[in-house]
Design a protein around this ligand. Sequence first.
Ligand code: CMP
Length: 128
Amino acid sequence: MIKPEAVECGNQGAIIDLLIMNRFNITRMKQFRFEEVEAERFYAMHKDKPFFSDLISYITSGSVIGLELEKENSIRLLRILVGATNPQEANPGTIRYMYGTSLQENAVHASDSSESAEKELAIVFSGA
Ligand code: CMP
């Protein structure tokens, strides 16, 4: 998922190009704005974290782009391409190194397992 600041800054095209160049097959894509309750379901695994309410305010602050991607070993390979959660710790060449600005405004979210991907895709593409 491409997060609000990356969409707002016009970095979505460059990020999608990187996905294509790295041979991720885009099977579904949707630009939308989260309702608060959907965002809370999407990030339910973080509900007890101190940053949860900031995360929900931020992710509902503007449009995001949800993408369903296909590739062998896609979860692992996408997380490598995306880089560390904190852009200051991300390796050069990764999406967060190039387009992230802070721990919160880190350009993209990538699912951490197939189970999370299934759940997150159901939320993003509900009603689509
Ligand atoms: P993401 O991969 O979307 O998953 C949860 C998000 O919470 C994470 O990226 C960060 O943008 C955000 N976040 C904010 N503060 C923290 C923190 N202290 N530790 C981890 N993630 C954080």
